[in-house]
Design a protein around this ligand. Structure first.
Ligand SMILES: Cc1cc2nc3c(=O)[nH]c(=O)nc-3n(C[C@H](O)[C@H](O)[C@H](O)COP(=O)(O)OP(=O)(O)OC[C@H]3O[C@@H](n4cnc5c(N)ncnc54)[C@H](O)[C@@H]3O)c2cc1C
Length: 319
């Protein structure tokens, strides 16, 4: 097996998800090579070697400086042809899946996206998540070049016990001026500081919060813990919070160290968005709520009493 792992990065800024994917790729093929597209990715070579990359292919072209999915896909296809790769993997982020979809379309081959298990062989046996995680599908992949992405948060990103050689190999593809059908031309930062997707602690409120104003103690707790506030879809449907706070199948998928669900029942569409949390704490009046029965810790009680009590206790202990 000759494996390429396409690194999701934005002008050289790599995501944790990209390193999770490389950790999974390395487990499948310890000889996997990493691929960075665009010159700004060059600086990642050392880190990719730490995560086990034997070779780092650096694809350079003026058309590739910024993320342009079709052009990135074309460039990766040319690298596949040049290296005779038999497996090409990436992470199931929006960018990873989009580039791999272009690669698959150009090669006219199937791509299996968002895998949580892969057993390699002549044919690959795979399990992948569908419908935002509420369905696990078994797939069998038979193709001369296997194309797949790893679902987000399938594995924790971990440097390799023995770093890869990380030998740098430059590759310059042939791309026409119209290779980039769409391209990122600007970036607007809408959120500063801790974001829902990356916060180490998320305090989420659901219907039990009762109103927009009811979020005040949750906001305060999040601030005290250096965390972010999330919510269920009922909350966004009721207009108590903007959709950007929603966790779940149709919201943001998170994997914080600590998730605290306040007045959230734990419906599957919410659960799939936070089930990768390391520690789940439920605050709920109903001991039979799925969020309570699946949580690591639960407080059975009225969140309007429990959350302010926790806030007061933290303040008291901090003086
Ligand atoms: C296609 C589709 C996509 C969806 N996508 C999402 C998604 O991305 N994210 C999402 O969240 N939902 C999503 N949903 C909706 C989901 O099915 C649930 O309806 C929703 O998650 C329920 O929100 P909730 O837990 O806040 O409300 P409820 O299910 O009504 O639960 C409220 C909970 O609060 C508890 N409670 C009430 N009062 C208090 C109190 N004072 N103190 C403590 N506990 C209290 C109750 O015991 C209950 O457990 C989706 C649904 C569909 C069909």
């Amino acid at each position: 097996m000759s494996t390429l792992y396409v690194v999701d990065h934005d002008r050289g800024e790599i995501t944790d998800a990209a390193l999770e994917g490389l950790t999974s790729a390395r487990a499948l093929d310890p000889g996997a090579a990493a691929v960075t597209v665009g010159g700004d990715g060059d600086g990642l070579a050392g880190m990719l070697a730490e995560y086990g990359a034997t070779t780092v292919h650096q694809i350079h072209h003026d058309e590739l400086a910024d993320y342009a999915p079709a052009a990135w896909g074309d460039a990766v296809v040319q690298l596949i042809e040049a290296t005779s790769a038999t497996a090409v993997l990436s992470v199931g982020s929006e960018r990873g899946n989009e580039v791999m979809a272009h690669v698959a379309a150009v090669l006219d081959l199937p791509v299996v996206a968002n895998c949580i298990e892969i057993a390699t062989g002549d044919a690959w046996e795979m399990t992948r998540v569908r419908w935002g995680g509420s369905l696990h599908e078994r797939a069998r992949l038979e193709a001369p070049i296997k194309l797949a992405t790893f679902a987000l948060h399938t594995t924790e990103a971990a440097p390799a016990d023995t770093p890869g050689a990380g030998a740098v190999a430059e590759f310059v593809p042939e791309l026409g001026l119209d290779a980039a059908v769409t391209r990122i031309v600007d970036r607007v930062t809408t959120e500063e500081g801790v974001t829902l997707a990356t916060a180490p602690v998320v305090i989420a409120g659901g219907r039990g919060v009762g109103s927009e104003e009811g979020f005040a103690p949750i906001d305060e707790l999040a601030e005290l813990l250096g965390g972010a506030v999330g919510c269920s879809r009922v909350v966004t449907n009721n207009g108590w919070r903007n959709h950007k706070f929603q966790v779940g199948q149709t919201g943001t998928v998170i994997a914080p160290e600590v998730y605290i669900g306040c007045g959230i029942s734990g419906a599957i569409q919410h659960w799939v968005g936070m089930m990768a949390s390391k520690n789940v704490i439920a605050i709920n009046t109903d001991p039979a709520a799925p969020m309570v029965t699946k949580a690591d810790y639960a407080v059975i009680g009225d969140l309007h009493e429990v959350v302010p009590a926790v806030v007061d206790e933290i303040k008291r202990r901090r003086g």
